[in-house]
Write a protein that binds this ligand. Structure first.
Ligand SMILES: C[S@@+](CC[C@H](N)C(=O)[O-])C[C@H]1O[C@@H](n2cnc3c(N)ncnc32)[C@H](O)[C@@H]1O
Length: 267
């Protein structure tokens, strides 16, 4: 909960093993899968094959990104032109650090412009140019920890947080919505006017109440499924721009006017 590091290099790589071909984040995932796949070795082998044949994994490795997830943020940004030099960004669910690396490059924090603060429940290696925190975001003390690290109002809160999936659709849905709701409440507290909120959600599962809240606080909201997000994954990203400002929420949006989740066409 109190671990705060910044400015260290990338993850260690084990030379010579098959695992050395996979970036740090994927290797962490491999260990998890092998452990949880006791007696189901075939599926972990298939998973390993998929990693080795995945062009995003290869490209992440070539460019020094810690996860293939980095490309999701790059693609979201290509599409929506969101992150710009000098911005202050909070990255939730940041480990192993792919999005943090991309955000650091985009805002220019290594050159002293903007700021990136990343947080994850897992222990993770600091990303140069970012403040890297370890805490459970659902712990009431976590938001204050981030606020303490911030040097001013935030331009973008980006969340790639996802809970350990159980395979039970409804349970997974409830867990991710809980994370998104906490992230949104935090964003409402720290965002500057016109700020941006990005959060991972599961397709077809964004609660009306959550969408209602997004509509009240942001001028524009969309769903996006970047090409780097695997087609078979239910994940999609909620992109909300034009934060109306603290205490400036639109309270007169009739619920009848709100789009149903399935009406939000993917962009
Ligand atoms: C898909 S990964 C993020 C990948 C990351 N964006 C990247 O580019 O490398 C999801 C992350 O959410 C984190 N997470 C899940 N629940 C969390 C919580 N309650 N607090 C903080 N982080 C959490 C997980 O530990 C995991 O690292």
């Amino acid at each position: 909960m109190t671990d705060q590091r910044s400015g260290k290099g990338g993850g260690r790589r084990r030379k010579g093993s098959a695992i050395a071909a996979i970036d740090t984040g994927a290797r962490r995932g491999l260990r998890t899968r092998v452990k949880s796949a006791k007696g189901r070795k075939i599926s972990s082998t298939r998973w390993l094959d998929r990693q080795l044949n995945d062009p995003y994994v290869q490209e992440a490795r070539r460019l020094g990104y810690r996860s293939r997830a980095a490309f999701k943020l790059i693609e979201i940004n290509n599409q929506f032109d969101i992150l710009k030099p000098g911005m202050r960004v909070v990255d939730l669910g940041a480990a192993p650090g792919g999005w943090t690396q991309v955000a650091v490059d985009m805002v220019g924090s290594k050159q002293g412009r903007g700021q990136v603060v990343g947080l994850d429940i897992l222990e993770w290696e600091g990303v140069p140019g970012a403040t890297c925190l370890q805490a459970d975001f659902l712990d009431p003390a976590a938001p204050d920890m981030i606020k303490h690290a911030l040097q001013g109002p935030v331009d973008a809160v980006i969340s790639d947080m996802s809970p350990e999936t159980t395979g039970h659709r409804q349970t997974d849905h409830i867990r991710i919505i809980d994370l998104v709701e906490h992230a949104l409440l935090f964003a409402e507290e720290v965002l500057a006017p016109n700020g941006i909120f990005i959060a991972k959600v599961f397709k077809g599962g964004t609660e009306t109440e959550l969408l209602n809240r997004i509509k009240q606080h942001f001028r524009v909201s969309k769903h996006a499924k970047p090409p780097a997000s695997r087609a078979e994954s239910p994940e999609t990203y909620l992109i909300a721009t034009g934060f109306r400002g603290q205490n400036n929420a639109e309270s007169d949006i009739a619920s009848a006017e709100l789009p149903r989740d399935e009406d939000w066409s993917p962009v």
